[in-house]
Design a protein around this ligand. Structure first.
Ligand SMILES: Nc1ncnc2c1ncn2[C@@H]1O[C@H](COP(=O)(O)OP(=O)(O)OP(=O)(O)O)[C@@H](O)[C@H]1O
Ligand SMILES: [Mg+2]
Length: 391
């Protein structure tokens, strides 16, 4: 299932920036324009045109070979689209997916909104022996408590008011395949208990039913919240957390893996050309600088939407800063905290500082401008040590 990035580029038709556009960043990881690529008279170094083309062809082949040897291979997801992984953090995840996919182990995917949890879930499924079987997802946050139960396990006719017919649930639909439980942290406590029992016993009954049903399903759960913190504050069952946490991936926010941005830009522009016939092939260097400096609180999804809008506004082949909405790096940071309480922001800042400094409390206290005692008190308040010690 894993392909080289070169394959992906060919399939997605990610085009090279013309070698003559020295102010343009290539959208794929293709050959940078050589400084001598074009002289004012169009004959670099006085070489004849055919020699120039030969040299360019050779350089491109060498470059492509180097990509094959040195570059991380992205992988396909179920929709046949590559998952872009240029940063070390994402490459590590790709590598682990290869091992995890073969097993039936339950997977927990954590990460901010738009970081690619569903992409990873689909990739695990499509790389697994279950690839030909269904991939079924349920958004636990979008449905009321009673509806989620019926969605997951199905119901028998007359089980509740309005249940005019019996209905197959998502567990049954996913038989042989993979069930994605999206936003599991939003699941009501009563249902958490039932889910735990089903995962343990691999058996369940439809709502209003008495017959036990057995299914063979691999479960992948996602959460935008730090599920361990939810456990620590009593909002999520500890036993269910341990049951789900067999394999755990934390997807880094895009601002922590900015190396992925140029590759994602190239990937999305290629996708838009395919899907909507836009003519945009690249972004200008200035625009790319803005894109890579921004904090992206909505992560890859926000980047994709921003590029989609810019591709519509751009009339030529290039996205310029004027085609982008205001992307102020500081405003982006503030947006990350939108909707959070002061306590949540403080906890988030303390944990991310400690993680960045490998748990060094003295350095973290110094960075945060508080005494070591204050930091320790706050760490106790937020159960920070447990969270840091977790594998
Ligand atoms: N590494 C990647 N390569 C290519 N596309 C990606 C990648 N990561 C995310 N995307 C794209 O970004 C968008 C958001 O990804 P996805 O839906 O997987 O995020 P999510 O973490 O599940 O978000 P949410 O928590 O809001 O459900 C999708 O269009 C997806 O295809
Ligand atoms: Mg999702």
């Amino acid at each position: 299932m894993i392909r080289t990035r070169r394959d992906a580029e060919q399939e997605e038709s990610v085009m090279t920036a013309p070698l003559t556009q020295s102010a343009t960043l290539p959208v794929g990881n293709r050959l940078e324009p050589a400084p001598h690529a074009e002289q004012p008279n169009g004959t670099p170094g006085g070489a004849p045109d055919h020699a120039r083309h030969d040299t360019r062809a050779i350089l491109e082949s060498v470059h492509d070979l180097a990509l094959l040897l040195a570059d991380p291979p992205p992988a396909k997801n179920a929709g046949g689209r590559p998952m872009i992984a240029r940063s070390k953090a994402m490459r590590d995840i790709l590598e682990q997916i290869e091992c995890v996919a073969a097993s039936r182990a339950t997977v927990l995917l954590e990460g901010e909104t738009g970081t690619g949890k569903e992409v990873v879930a689909r990739l695990i499924h499509s790389s697994s022996p279950r690839a030909r079987k269904p991939f079924v997802s349920v958004n636990c946050a979008a449905l009321s408590e009673s509806l989620v139960e019926s969605e997951l396990f199905g119901h028998e006719k007359g089980a509740f008011t309005g249940a005019a017919e019996s209905r197959v649930g998502r567990f049954e639909l996913a038989h042989g395949g993979t069930l994605l439980l999206d936003e599991i942290s939003e699941m009501a406590p009563k249902l958490q208990a039932k889910l735990l029992r089903v995962l343990e016993e691999e058996e369940f009954e439809r709502v209003g039913g008495t017959r036990s049903l057995r299914v063979d399903v691999r479960v992948i759960a996602t959460s935008n919240r730090d599920l361990e913190y939810e456990v620590a504050r009593g909002a999520f069952r500890r036993d269910l957390f341990y049951r789900l946490n067999v394999v755990r991936f934390r997807l880094a926010p895009l601002r922590a893996r900015r190396e992925d941005i140029p590759a994602l830009v190239g990937h999305f522009l290629g996708q838009f050309r395919h899907e909507t016939g836009t003519s945009v092939r690249r972004v200008s260097q200035q625009a790319m600088e803005i894109l890579t400096a921004y904090e992206w609180p909505g992560n890859v999804r926000q980047l994709r939407n921003t590029l989609c809008r810019a591709s519509i506004l751009a009339t030529g082949e290039e996205i310029e800063p004027c085609h982008l909405p205001p992307l102020d790096p500081v405003a982006g940071t503030a947006a990350e905290f939108r909707g959070m309480t002061l306590d949540e922001i403080e906890r988030h800042v303390i944990l991310s500082t400690l993680r960045e400094l490998n748990g060094n409390k003295t350095a973290a206290a110094e960075r945060l401008g508080v005494t070591a005692r204050t930091l320790l008190n706050k760490m106790n308040k937020y159960h920070a040590q447990n969270l840091l010690d977790a594998p």
